[in-house]
Write a protein that binds this ligand. Structure first.
Ligand SMILES: [Fe+2]
Length: 239
């Protein structure tokens, strides 16, 4: 099997609440490597109410990490991206290239306030669609208002929104509610991407194995490949 592609990670050092040093980044990458991941999209938080990370600084930071792993993990590849916290201006900031898309494609990883109502979420996602971007809803299992009725998730999918689920939430690491929601999304075949959303080398490390064992038993190998190889490749190929 080809290496997995993790499309949601806070792997780059010193940019957000993810890795806090280059050493931590390296340890996280080693863990990811051990889990079968060979490609990561670095998705630091971009939130309009906070200072946006300048793209040049993001590139520079990525370059430092690439230099560091060139000998250590030569077949690990990292792409630039972001996790966009929805606000109305974000579309303009994407267009002005002040906020990076996933791997330079038209795919955008979007998160919302957890308590957001469904209509506001739908309208927000629609803005990106109408603007010519392909939105991926980050950790769809986390939004109680969305998850209280699966018809709503189906409505988003029909609009053309892709759904990403965090691997840790499937094996109950972060609470019963998120676990139940992830399970429901999988049972109804509503998941497009599985990702680690890693923030550290401990509690929120880039781990997949337990989740994959769970999914493999229920849905088989091909499904795992779809979520972690084929669909992510479509992002990198901008399909
Ligand atoms: Fe995240």
């Amino acid at each position: 099997m080809e290496g997995y592609i993790d499309i949601h990670s806070h792997i780059l050092p010193g940019l957000d609440d993810g890795a806090d040093s280059l050493e931590r980044t390296i340890r996280m990458l080693e863990i990811a490597y051990g889990e079968g991941i060979r490609t990561m999209i670095a998705t630091p938080h971009y939130r309009e109410s906070r200072k946006l990370i300048p793209i040049g600084y993001l590139e520079e930071t990525l370059g430092k990490v690439e230099d560091e792993i060139a000998h250590l993990l030569p077949d690990m590849k990292i792409y630039m991206g972001s996790e966009v916290f929805y606000s109305h201006n974000m579309l303009s900031l994407l267009r002005e290239r002040k906020v990076p898309t996933l791997g330079g494609s038209r795919y955008v990883l979007v998160e919302f306030m957890y308590g957001i109502d469904f209509t506001s979420m739908k309208n927000g996602l629609q803005e990106f669609l109408y603007g010519g971007y392909q939105p991926i809803l980050a950790h769809g299992e986390r939004y109680p208002e969305l998850m209280k009725d699966l018809e709503q998730v189906m409505e988003l999918k029909e609009m053309g929104i892709a759904i990403q689920v965090n691997s840790m939430n499937i094996i109950r690491s972060f609470g019963k509610h998120r676990h139940a929601s992830s399970k429901k999304l999988f049972q109804h075949d509503l998941v497009d991407f599985l990702a680690t959303d890693c923030h550290s080398d401990s509690i929120r490390a880039p781990v997949l194995k337990n989740t994959l064992a769970y999914l493999k038993k229920r849905y088989g190998d091909r499904y795992i490949e779809q979520l972690l190889v084929h669909n992510p490749k479509r992002i990198l190929q901008n399909k």
